[in-house]
Design a protein around this ligand. Structure first.
Ligand code: ADP
Ligand code: ADP
Ligand code: ZN
Length: 208
């Protein structure tokens, strides 16, 4: 079965859109960022290795990421394709992915750098269900998250200093992947500098 890749700079809205698109497509979301944060929290070997890269806004080495994905893709829920969020982020990662599973659509959410800083610095999420919110653009309902177990969570790396390193890593190491996927004819550009629902509509149309 075929998988989908959500592509774009940090804070572009990949996780926000993934939440909505899993509801329609039924494809499970695989976020390497979430997997790495879980590994750091659990203190696994991978977590210990990844922590300093994440804190400084650098990419975690390819071998580590590829091993995580190779293992995750064997879970039964991945049998009919998945939605990758934040993976691949380098050409070697994309090459490894191509040898593991086929990708039918790469959805590139495009947002200018000057918008990224405000998005990332205002981001928080629900500790109960993982839903993503924003101080001004998408605040949590007054009575807390719909899931019923609201705890506000903010990421350690969501600060102005780290955003700059993450953006330069994106431009240097990740954006070259756009050409790589364009050449394969599966690359769909989406204007991410608009309302959340408009973007969801466009993505669903691209997936039709
Ligand atoms: P990514 O997964 O690409 O890093 P997120 O989905 O976590 O991005 O979004 C980053 C922040 O921007 C979050 O606080 C989210 O609520 C907010 N956000 C997402 N999409 C939009 C949008 N279209 N307009 C304004 N803010 C958005
Ligand atoms: P964002 O979309 O805001 O950049 P993520 O949760 O996707 O956040 O990633 C957080 C951090 O985890 C990245 O800055 C990087 O250090 C690491 N990371 C996540 N995915 C990858 C990946 N595919 N390759 C290398 N590093 C990754
Ligand atoms: Zn919740």
């Amino acid at each position: 079965m075929s998988s989908i890749v959500l592509f774009g700079p940090p804070g572009a809205g990949k996780g926000t859109q993934a939440e909505r698109i899993t509801e329609t497509t039924g494809l499970p979301q695989i976020s390497t960022g979430d997997m790495l944060r879980a590994a750091v929290k659990a203190g696994t070997e991978t977590g210990v290795l990844a922590k300093s890269y994440m804190e400084s806004g650098q990419l975690v080495p390819d071998e580590v990421i590829i091993d995580l994905i190779k293992e995750r893709i064997t879970h039964p829920d991945a049998a009919h394709g998945v939605m990758f969020d934040g993976f691949p982020r380098t050409v070697p990662q994309a090459e490894a992915l191509a040898s593991i599973t086929s990708v039918s659509h790469v959805i590139a959410i495009e947002v200018p750098d000057d918008r990224i800083v405000e998005r990332i610095c205002g981001r928080y999420s629900c500790g109960g269900c993982g839903s993503v919110y924003h101080d001004t653009f998408n605040p949590v309902p007054e009575n807390g998250c719909d899931c019923g177990s609201w705890i506000e969570k903010r990421r350690a790396d969501d600060n102005e200093d780290t955003v700059m390193s993450r953006l330069s890593a994106y431009h240097a190491q990740t954006s070259p992947l756009a050409n790589w996927y364009q050449a394969k004819g599966i690359f769909h550009q989406i204007d991410g500098n608009r309302g959340i629902d408009d973007i969801t509509q466009d993505i669903l149309r691209a997936l039709e």
